[in-house]
Design a protein around this ligand. Structure first.
Ligand SMILES: NC(=O)c1ccc[n+]([C@@H]2O[C@H](COP(=O)([O-])OP(=O)(O)OC[C@H]3O[C@@H](n4cnc5c(N)ncnc54)[C@H](O)[C@@H]3O)[C@@H](O)[C@H]2O)c1
Length: 268
C-alpha cells in the first residue's frame, strides 16, 4: 500500500460513515485528503481529527448533486495538491419507502446525490486525471444495485445505474487504453447509528427490516474501508464487502435467463 504515500484522494460524503473511514484509512497510508460533504459541521470535525493525526487535509462543503459545487471541489483539490490520484464518489442518501408512496422530493434527492453526484464527479475529475496521465475512480454502489430489495426501489435503481455506468466506463477505458482505473464498491449492510438520509418520509416497517438486517450482517465502516484499499491494491474492478449475496444473485440471474417470475429472498 506504499503506492499511495504522498498521493491525493478526494472523498465525497466524508463527514461520517464509510466516507470518514475511507478518509482515515487513506490518511494512515500517508495520502493527502480532500474532503467533501453537504454537512459542514461533520466535515469540520473529520478535518480537525485527521489534521491532529498529521494528515494534509482540505475540505469543501459540497452538494455533489450540484455540478458547480463539484467543479469548485476540483478547483480546491488541484489548487491545494496539484493532482488527484483517487476519487471516491461515496456520498449517498437513502430514504426507504414503497414506490407507490415515496414522495417525489425524496426520489429526486436520491437520484441527484447518488447518480448525478457520481456522474458529476466522473465528468469533472476524469479529464484532469487523463491530462495528468493517471488516476483511479472508485464509485460506491451497494448490494442494492444487484438485488431488488423491497421498499428501496429508487435507491436500488440509483445503485444499479452506478454499477452499469462504472462497468461501461471500465470497458471504454480499456478499449482506448486510457491510463485511469475504475472500481465499483458494493457494500452489504454497514452498522451505523442512522440509515443514510432517513427523513421520516419513508415507511417505518421498511426501516425496521433494514435495521434488523444491519444488525444481523452489518460490518463496520472501517472494515469497508479496509476492503476497498485491499481491492485497490489488487487492482480489482468489483469490490465486495460481503459474500452472502451469491445465492440470491444467481437465483435472480437464473430467473432472468429463463424468463421466470422474479422472486426476492433477503440475503442474511
Ligand atoms: N451503510 C450501508 O449499509 C451501505 C451499504 C451499501 C452502500 N452504502 C453506500 O455507501 C455510501 C456511504 O454511506 P454511509 O453508510 O457511510 O452513509 P452516511 O449517511 O453515514 O454517510 C453519507 C454521507 O454523505 C453525505 N451526503 C448526503 N448527501 C450528500 C450530498 N448531496 N452531497 C454531499 N454529501 C452528501 C452525508 O452528509 C453523509 O456524511 C453511500 O453511497 C451509501 O449509499 C451504504
Amino acid at each position: 500500500m506504499d503506492e499511495w504515500h504522498g498521493k491525493t484522494a478526494v472523498v465525497t460524503g466524508a463527514s461520517g460513515g464509510i466516507g470518514e473511514a475511507i478518509a482515515a484509512t487513506a490518511a494512515s497510508l500517508g495520502m493527502n485528503l480532500v474532503l467533501a460533504d453537504i454537512d459542514g459541521e461533520g466535515l469540520q470535525a473529520v478535518e480537525s481529527d485527521l489534521k491532529a493525526r498529521g494528515a494534509q487535509v482540505v475540505s469543501a462543503i459540497t452538494d455533489v448533486g450540484q455540478l458547480a459545487d463539484v467543479e469548485a471541489l476540483a478547483e480546491t483539490a488541484y489548487a491545494q495538491f496539484g493532482a488527484v490520484h483517487l476519487l471516491f464518489n461515496n456520498a449517498g442518501t437513502m430514504t426507504p419507502g414503497s414506490l407507490l408512496k415515496l414522495p417525489l422530493d425524496d426520489m429526486r434527492r436520491m437520484i441527484d446525490t447518488n447518480l448525478w453526484g457520481t456522474l458529476y464527479g466522473m465528468k469533472v475529475f476524469m479529464p484532469k486525471m487523463l491530462a495528468d496521465g493517471a488516476g483511479h475512480v472508485v464509485n460506491t454502489s451497494s448490494l442494492n444495485g444487484l438485488l431488488a430489495y423491497p421498499a428501496m426501489g429508487v435507491y436500488n435503481g440509483t445503485k444499479a445505474a452506478i454499477i452499469s455506468i462504472s462497468e461501461t466506463l471500465f470497458h471504454e477505458l480499456k478499449a482506448r487504453r486510457l491510463p485511469i482505473g475504475v472500481s465499483v464498491v458494493c457494500p452489504g449492510a454497514v452498522k451505523k447509528k442512522r440509515v443514510a438520509g432517513m427523513t421520516g418520509q419513508g415507511s417505518q416497517s421498511a426501516d425496521d427490516k433494514i435495521s434488523k438486517v444491519r444488525e444481523a450482517t452489518g460490518i463496520s465502516a472501517e472494515q469497508v474501508a479496509d476492503c476497498i484499499f485491499e481491492g485497490l491494491a489488487r487492482n480489482r474492478f468489483w469490490i465486495f464487502t460481503h459474500h452472502n449475496f451469491h445465492d440470491a444473485l444467481s437465483a435472480r440471474v437464473d430467473a432472468m435467463i429463463h424468463e421466470r417470475t422474479p422472486e426476492f429472498e433477503l440475503p442474511v
